[in-house]
Design a protein around this ligand. Structure first.
Ligand code: BGC
Length: 497
């Protein structure tokens, strides 16, 4: 029996013993399962120069005269959550959420970016925020870094410079020391691969380094080291006293092979996608997946380079990164089909990976760039279960945009489909998923899209200086779900308004 068959047999026995037979039973949330919603500091806080906060790379990027952000929008005020966090948390409590995922602004805590000066005012803001989340009966799920590092580091090459590993580690140490008694769930960094692709391989996100097939590899390499440093700092200096958990959040979109029965291509799709950032941490052997190393190394050689564009980890770093987790956080929005591309005439692999990613035009469109592919949720969860030996997983972002206004039926439909697939993966297929987080709680600053995409369960009026919040229909639906402890189709709960 191969690994997968043994697992399937085990799940069959488990199911028979637990009495779960009907789809209805599958739609219950397991005991202790946590549902919440999320934000990130730059996207919601505003107060960009309040409390002695230093400038971040996103302050700089959005303030540039030639800013490419839609409408030249900035996060200077954003949702003004810096001042309105109590209102936000009260609304979350009303829905019945169990956790709130938010991130810390590095330069609000360390105005120079380095630990020579700690802002007590900045720290106090986060202490108050965390205490309020707890007071309202929720668990704070804190992301230490969500893309907004200190501006001056940009001039040193940002994540392409290995110095970032130390800078980030020092920042993380301050955070654990100062806030660790209040927090049990930490995510070191958010979606490093997406940040590296868009901000280092391209120029659409800060810092806009734009060095394709080079910048993103250096960037992710340093991110992974920085994550591991922070994990070990927690382990060695804080875990015994604080007893929390430390993980990382990766973008893990599912790739469906085309043709669908090409299992080798399926593996290559995973290994050049989600596994680029996850394999070094979650696999038994560590390091980048072999196929990724082979193909980039081969291409580099054919280009006449005396080294690979994919940096190499030393054996010590492979060991330090491998296993540096208490859980895996994943973000999932959509999916892609993956097709094999043959080598070019000169022997090179197109796109470095020898695959192309495409959208299946039959997948339904949502309100914006997202195609709705809920079956992808189950697909990626089962792949993670099989490849990484079923680690604890938190879904840290899942969500869709809607039009302005109250009636976000399309969001409800989207969330229903994805949550259903997640519950089947847990209750039927034995995936070890501990929590689910809707992105996002509020309409927010959407990076290069500015304020043109609305991911919020709660609408924010950005032309109102008070940034008035109006909960959308989906919050009422979620409230019912939280009450009943199981997924309910909007059709089954009559009219919500
Ligand atoms: C990011 C969020 C962003 C969301 C929607 C994710 O990749 O982590 O910050 O708002 O995508 O675009």
């Amino acid at each position: 029996m191969d690994q997968f068959t043994i697992f399937g047999f085990f799940i069959f026995i488990l199911r028979s013993c637990s009495g779960i037979q009907h789809e209805e039973d599958y739609l219950k949330f397991p005991p202790g399962f946590s549902i919440g919603s999320a934000s990130s500091a730059y996207q919601v806080e505003g107060a960009w120069n309040v409390s002695g906060k230093g400038p971040s790379v996103w302050d700089w990027f959005t303030h540039k005269k030639d800013s490419i952000v839609v409408g030249q929008a900035t996060g200077d005020i954003a949702c003004d959550s810096y001042h309105k966090y109590k209102e936000d948390i009260a609304m979350m409590k009303d829905i019945g959420f169990r956790h709130y995922r938010f991130s810390l602004s590095w330069t609000r805590i360390l105005p120079t970016g380095l630990p020579d000066k700690i802002s007590q005012e900045g720290l106090q803001y986060y202490k108050d925020l965390i205490d309020e989340v707890r007071r309202q009966g929720m668990e704070p799920f804190v992301t230490i870094y969500h893309w907004d590092h200190p501006e001056f580091m940009t001039r040193l090459g940002s994540w392409t410079n290995e110095l970032m590993v130390q800078y980030y580690a020092e920042y993380a140490r301050v955070v654990f020391r100062e806030l660790g008694s209040r927090v049990k769930l930490w995510a070191t960094v958010n979606e490093p691969e997406q940040n590296c692709r868009l901000g280092f391989g391209r120029d659409v996100h800060a810092p806009g380094i734009n060095l394709p097939h080079f910048g993103e590899y250096l960037c992710l390499h340093n991110y992974l080291k920085a994550h591991a440093r922070a994990y070990h700092i927690y382990d060695e200096e804080f875990r015994a006293e604080q007893g929390g958990q430390v993980g990382i959040v990766h973008l893990c979109e599912p790739f469906f092979p085309q043709p669908s029965d090409d299992l080798e291509l399926k593996r290559i799709g995973f290994e050049t996608g989600c596994a680029w950032g996850t394999y070094p941490i979650f696999s038994k052997e560590g390091n980048y997946p072999q196929v990724l190393r082979d193909r980039i190394n081969e291409n580099s050689k054919l280009e006449g380079l005396p080294f690979s564009r994919l940096p190499e980890f030393s054996p010590e770093w492979i060991e330090r990164i491998r296993g540096s987790f208490d859980f895996l956080g994943i973000n999932i929005y959509t999916a892609r089909e993956v097709r094999a591309l043959p080598r070019e005439a000169n022997g090179k692999w197109p796109n470095d990976f020898g695959v192309e990613l495409i959208i299946n035009e039959t997948w339904p469109e949502n309100n914006s760039w997202l195609r709705v592919v809920p079956q992808g949720m189950g697909e990626i969860l089962r792949t993670i279960r099989d490849v990484y030996d079923n680690p604890p997983v938190y879904i840290m972002e899942n969500g869709a945009t809607s039009a302005k206004g109250f009636k976000d039926y399309n969001r409800i439909e989207y969330l229903y489909g994805y949550m259903k697939e997640m519950l089947l993966a847990i209750n039927r297929d034995g995936c070890n998923v501990k929590g689910y987080t809707v992105w996002s709680f509020l309409d927010s600053f959407e990076w290069s899209d500015g304020y043109s995409d609305f991911f919020g369960l709660v609408e924010v009026n950005f032309s109102d200086p008070k940034r008035k919040r109006t909960p959308r229909l989906s919050t009422k639906w979620l409230k019912q779900i939280m009450k009943k402890g199981r997924l309910i189709n909007i059709k089954d709960i009559g009219q919500l308004h």
